[in-house]
Design a binder for this molecule. Sequence first.
Ligand SMILES: N[C@@H](CCC(=O)N[C@@H](CS)C(=O)NCC(=O)O)C(=O)O
Length: 97
Amino acid sequence: MLPRVQVFSTTYCVYCVQAKALLQKRGIPFEAIDVTRNPEARDALVRKSGGRRTVPQVFIDGVPVGGWRELVELDRRGGLAGLDRAPIGASGREDVV
Ligand SMILES: N[C@@H](CCC(=O)N[C@@H](CS)C(=O)NCC(=O)O)C(=O)O
């Protein structure tokens, strides 16, 4: 089964754009969750990420990866390999790109 990749982001965040672009470049489907002007969602994100307060925050099967910098480091270590093995949209979610 394909891992569930989630990217929590805001509309004004360049690092968020870069994180999504890297996942797209690697062909990895992901769910984009916009927390702009949503303080409750932002608070939930801080808890979920273990206290991290910046966006983006990336999760793979619920495990926090970190932000843009950590995603790049994971990619450099080959950690994104194999996350692209199902057709885009296979999860059936409309917000998966
Ligand atoms: N080192 C972080 C930097 C992320 C960062 O600085 N994000 C900015 C937005 S681009 C942020 O969250 N600023 C605080 C805020 O928007 O509340 C990463 O690699 O993801």
